[in-house]
Design a protein around this ligand. Structure first.
Ligand SMILES: Cc1ncc(COP(=O)(O)O)c(C=O)c1O
Length: 355
């Protein structure tokens, strides 16, 4: 198996970074100079290299395209005020990638490849990391099946790739979300708890219908009864109800978000009571009617903390309290931002230093 030291590096002849204002680019549209690639064949990880960002040479019969063996991760690197580069909890993404790999019958990526490739890549492309307050370098590791073969079976060959892109705010404004009670994102025994590409493909049509009604995202409900809230788009859900932080308990139909875990850890660190449990639509509507639904927000790597200003359900719209009045989510948002930018003590040891 390839060791960290065996990552071959081919540097770009000319960096493209000066062509962009990295503090001001649309999310996910402009990619940094280099990418990391590792190749799996003959039952082992055989090659690892970094090369200039470019296209993927592949067959039209490549199995990822036909049978969906494709998984990914999302994490972010930050530059501190002093110019130090660090990544937010990358080992959690590493573990989750391999959880996804196992469920999709793909080979696990060794830690030295995931972390070794990531560190080398970030050292090469650190000029692409935004320095603005809400800026970061979004990191997209992904694993795809590359056999040139028609026929439903697990591929024998794979590529693990890391690409990166500068990122600012994901949602410019607070969002409106629609509770979805017709379509399903995930079912028990399925793949909702992993980051399989197909989970996202299947979410697009219901999301498009919600967007046509003026919402930015849907809130998925459980596949059996459509009465319990699960998650939203690429975010886990959190509420403050009557002073208590409440979030849907994890299950095999919900992605175990690293931001979710971080928000809960900070809340507990501050001595707050946190409840991870089932949350029914009825409970949310009743809390709204009583005036005790104080905060609702989505949490995820891309969006960080996305304030929800209103919830739609069955042709009714339920507006929520003003964002300025939301003590918990605003404090969390600010604290996470300060930890990531090295402006405040990293009390829970989340920042993984690159240099
Ligand atoms: C379906 C889904 N839920 C939740 C999340 C939030 O997870 P994390 O905080 O690890 O980004 C994501 C994003 O990765 C997601 O795609």
């Amino acid at each position: 198996m390839v060791a960290n030291a065996e990552i071959k590096i081919e540097k770009t002849a000319k960096s493209r970074v000066s062509e962009y204002d990295v503090n001001n680019v649309p999310f996910g549209k402009c990619f940094s100079d280099h990418m990391f690639i590792a190749e799996f064949a003959n039952g082992k990880w055989e090659k690892a290299y970094i090369q200039p960002y470019g296209d993927l040479p592949m067959s039209y019969a490549m199995s990822a395209l036909h049978y969906g063996q494709a998984i990914f991760e999302g994490m972010k690197a930050y530059k501190s005020v002093e110019g130090n580069v660090s990544v937010f909890r990358p080992l959690e993404n590493f573990k989750r990638l391999n959880k996804s790999a196992i469920r999709m019958a793909m080979p696990e990526v060794p830690e030295e490849l995931f972390m070794g490739g990531l560190m080398e890549l970030l050292k090469l492309d650190s000029a692409w990391i935004p320095t603005s307050d809400s800026g970061s370098l979004y990191i997209r590791p992904f694993l795809i099946a590359t056999d040139e073969a028609i026929g439903v079976k697990a591929s024998d060959t794979y590529k693990f790739i890391i690409i990166t892109c500068p990122a600012g705010k994901y949602y410019a404004e607070p969002i409106k979300v629609l509770i979805e009670t017709n379509y399903i994102r995930a079912v028990e025994g399925g793949v909702g708890f992993v980051k399989a590409a197909g989970n996202y493909g299947r979410s697009l049509y219901p999301t498009k219908l919600a967007q046509q009604k003026g919402y930015q995202q849907v809130i998925w409900t459980d596949g059996k009864t459509h009465s319990f809230l699960e998650e939203s788009g690429t975010m886990n859900l959190m509420f403050v109800i009557d002073g208590k932080v409440v979030t849907p308990a994890l299950s095999d139909t919900i992605l175990a978000g690293i931001t979710r875990d971080s928000v809960l850890a900070l809340a507990r660190h501050w001595g707050m009571e946190v409840e991870e449990r089932k949350i029914s639509i009825t409970e949310i509507l009743e809390a709204h009617a009583k005036g005790v639904l104080q905060e609702a927000f989505g949490v995820g790597t891309a969006a960080t903390i996305a304030q929800i200003i209103g919830i739609g359900y069955n042709d009714n719209y339920y507006p929520l309290p003003a964002v300025e009045d939301r003590k918990f989510s605003n404090k969390i948002d600010e604290t996470l931002r300060n930890i990531r930018k090295g402006k405040t003590e990293d009390v829970l040891h989340w920042m993984y230093k690159v240099n």
